[in-house]
Design a protein around this ligand. Structure first.
Ligand code: HEC
Length: 322
């Protein structure tokens, strides 16, 4: 939620361990934390400053900021030092040392049996490691740093006409326009396509890390899911029928209820010690919610065959042109 309670289309991604991201934002529209920091300052739905210079002028008018910037950078706040200061702070938000890290380092009692079974499922039957791992058994980042279409939000939108419209209305590479489209318009669902204009990137988003995911609900780029049970239910049914750009690795998984619980227990074991208390409460909250409401559960589809993928309609415009 931004200024004056304005709600954007995108769920704020975690800043924890964001320094390791190869690209920032759900669609990777900026390369560095410095470039990233500049955009929410002027986005009308976020911090809503008229320009970066307006923000700098505000800082310059506050004695404490002037003094601190002089102290750290030897000059008054500027556009550059403003974003450098924010990025430098974000680079301190490093978060590891979870129970899972102790387990993988050799302490067999650091996580319970459910989490251990979940870790096995993660790398086998549930296929999570195909994307949430940089190599097969990555135990550091829990992301491949790539972009995939996993079928989130796509059923609510007619993506092909939307992609055509975006190509007409947004100039390729116009970052402020892409930023506004991503946060404030229906184009948001197009994901990385807004940045690259490659058809294969339609509705694809960055694989997020799963570290501390228990304490960063709601989930997915649009914040459309409330619990980790919902997230696993989504994968279990191989959602995305009618989605011609769906990643080939998304398919029905035939996970049982016990296996779903195990995967959630594994994800919960990725919670760093500074969030332990919040994690315990959040686990109980999500479990209680999941016991009464499982909007994504579709057991018939989870145990059914992989649906045939529809053919991708071609975008009539030449996508290499702005
Ligand atoms: C084909 C690649 C792929 C596979 C396989 C995959 N994921 Fe993901 N995961 C992603 C992407 C991409 C996103 C973000 C998608 C979006 O928001 O539109 C995501 C998002 C998530 C989120 C939400 C995180 C957040 O911060 O909002 C959770 C939880 C998650 N995945 C868990 C899993 C689990 C558990 C499995 C295995 C059952 C799995 N994923 C399999 C690519 C994948």
């Amino acid at each position: 939620m931004g200024i004056q309670g304005r709600v954007g289309q995108r769920n704020a991604p975690t800043v924890l361990n964001a320094l390791y991201n190869k690209k920032q934002f759900w669609d990777g529209r900026s390369e560095t934390l410095e470039d990233q920091a500049a955009m929410p300052i002027t986005n009308p739905s976020e911090i809503g400053q008229a320009s970066l210079d307006t923000a700098v002028a505000t800082l310059r008018a506050i004695a404490e900021y002037k003094e601190e910037f002089q102290h750290v950078f030897g000059q008054d706040p500027t556009r550059l030092t403003l974003v450098r200061a924010i990025a430098a702070y974000e680079r301190t938000l490093v978060s590891f040392d979870s129970p899972f890290d102790h387990f993988i380092a050799g302490d067999p009692n650091a996580i319970d049996d459910a989490a251990k079974r979940g870790w096995v499922l993660f790398n086998t039957k549930a296929k999570c490691n195909r994307c949430h791992a940089s190599v097969n058994h990555d135990v550091v980042y829990f992301t491949d740093f790539e972009f995939h279409n996993i079928g989130i939000g796509i059923l609510r939108h007619h993506v092909t006409p939307l992609a055509l419209k975006a190509m007409q209305e947004i100039k390729k590479g116009d970052l402020p326009a892409i930023d506004r489209a991503a946060i404030q318009s229906d184009f948001s669902v197009l994901g990385r396509f807004l940045v690259t204009r490659q058809e294969a990137d339609i509705a694809s988003f960055k694989t997020p890390t799963l570290r501390n995911v228990l304490v960063t609900a709601p989930y997915f780029h649009d914040g459309s899911m409330q619990t980790l049970w919902d997230a696993v239910d989504h994968y279990n049914k191989g959602d995305g029928l009618k989605d011609p750009w769906l990643d080939d690795d998304i398919e029905p998984l035939a996970l049982t209820e016990d296996e779903i619980d195990d995967l959630v227990a594994f994800m919960a074991s990725l919670t760093s010690p500074e969030y332990k208390e919040i994690g315990i409460k959040e686990f109980a909250r999500q479990r209680a919610l999941a016991r009464t409401s499982r909007p994504q559960r579709d057991t018939a589809r989870a145990f059914g065959p992989k649906p045939e993928k529809p053919k991708a309609p071609s975008l009539t415009n030449d996508s290499s042109h702005p």
